[in-house]
Design a protein around this ligand. Structure first.
Ligand SMILES: [Zn+2]
Length: 398
């Protein structure tokens, strides 16, 4: 069977297939069928989205994917409350109660079909946004570009870009991401340009001559020769050089921070203190501090960002027709997440912050009332600003 016989060439679901339950685990479809036949599908249930813990022992996560979750459930007979997208959350409150990040209410038969896609939308994006926020915190104000789209299925490229952007990084590298998110795409130059142009000098010359003037010129300086040699070539060919990128192969790396120090020195002694040094290739949380100390001005991060661990949120019923219920391991009864406006402490069922005594405030926003939009969704830039403001006021526990 060829691709065209299947009606598509790529293994990716359409929006319509997601909305009609074609990506939903079949056991939900069978459950719905049984509940209908048993006359139980109109039972009104409340369910909460919680996580038992975060990947790698991370102490906090960034909630993302709320906009898509609202779009998925819009028009269905279900009400939805959620922490606003971009809110930092912890798996449990200080009292050990699982913190709900989202609550759904409605006849189970009207929304059971959407649990699988709902979780998928929130789990993956929250994982990437959290990783991005952690990396941003570690980079301490230095720039981070996301280079990870190539490591994941192209069908989710815009989703990766949006999630990384939400986490506070420079994420947009594709034309589609740029048009869907209304943000400019950015990038440096690939090794392919050097190879096809016939050498580093030729490539730098062509970049200077042909690339649009408004795009900052960042020269890739490790293709054929030593990083220092190619940096000097770039200075000769690109008068308005904005930066150099070291993507040194691991087989040649030796002491990578020391190479960065050396390039910084050579640029400085020639009067180019304004030329930035970017590093890329297998950069992750553990490698950033030494490179920062060596003088790196920015990082290109690929796989560790786009392939960030997913956050395993689950959706569990906590009330049936207003009565508390819960499976083993879960806490029954609907819970209203409260937060201290001063220090961000979460708790449920208390009026005063256990840490500082300030009055706790509800954090849920109701986005859907029986499928009808209630509160408006925040703009993308505001979501990102929320993440940055929250992350800037807390400590990072690596
Ligand atoms: Zn407090």
């Amino acid at each position: 069977m060829t691709g065209s016989d299947r009606g598509r060439d790529f293994y990716i679901a359409t929006e319509d297939e997601i909305r009609t339950g074609k990506t939903t685990d079949v056991y939900f479809l069978r459950t719905l069928d049984i509940l209908k036949k048993a006359g139980k599908d109109r039972t009104v249930v409340d369910a909460e989205v919680t996580t038992g813990g975060l990947p790698n022992g991370w102490p906090w996560g960034v909630l993302a994917g709320v906009e898509e979750a609202v779009r998925l459930l819009e028009g269905k007979n279900v009400s939805l409350w959620s922490l606003p997208e971009g809110t930092l959350f912890e798996p449990r409150t200080p009292r050990g109660v699982p913190l709900p990040v989202m609550t759904l209410e409605g006849p189970y038969g009207d929304w059971a079909l959407y649990e699988t896609p709902l979780l998928g939308l929130v789990c993956q994006t929250s994982g990437i946004a959290t990783k991005a926020a952690r990396l941003r915190k570690l980079a301490n104000g230095k720039q981070i570009f996301s280079f990870g789209v190539r490591r994941m299925h192209p069908g989710i490229a815009p989703l990766i870009e949006r999630s990384v952007y939400v986490g506070g990084l420079d994420a947009i590298t594709t034309p589609l991401g740029s048009s869907l998110l209304g943000l400019p795409a950015m990038g440096t130059m690939p090794h392919a340009l050097v190879i096809v142009m016939g050498g580093s000098r030729e490539a730098f010359h062509a970049v200077q001559k042909y690339m649009e003037k408004r795009i900052p010129r960042i020269a890739l300086v490790d293709t054929y020769y030593d990083e220092k040699t190619e940096t000097l070539l770039a200075l000769e060919e690109i008068p308005d050089l904005a930066g150099v990128r070291l993507d040194t192969p691991s087989s040649r790396r030796g002491n990578f921070p020391q190479i960065v120090r050396e390039i910084r020195w050579e640029l400085d002694v020639r009067g180019h203190k304004d030329v930035k040094i970017y590093v890329s290739g297998n950069i992750d949380e553990k490698t950033i501090p030494a490179l920062l100390a060596a003088g790196a001005d920015g990082f290109g991060i690929g796989t560790s960002l786009s392939n960030a661990p997913t956050i395993d949120f689950a959706c569990d019923i906590v009330e049936i027709e207003g009565r508390p219920v819960a499976k083993r391991g879960k806490f029954g009864g609907r819970k209203e997440p409260l937060r201290c406006p001063k220090d961000g402490t979460y708790e449920v069922g208390v009026s005063r912050c256990p840490a500082c005594g300030a009055a706790m405030k509800p954090v849920y926003v109701q986005y859907l009332d029986h499928g009808e939009p209630k509160e408006p969704l925040p703009a993308l830039r505001d979501i990102r600003s929320r993440v940055i403001a929250e992350v800037d006021r807390i400590a990072l526990e690596v």
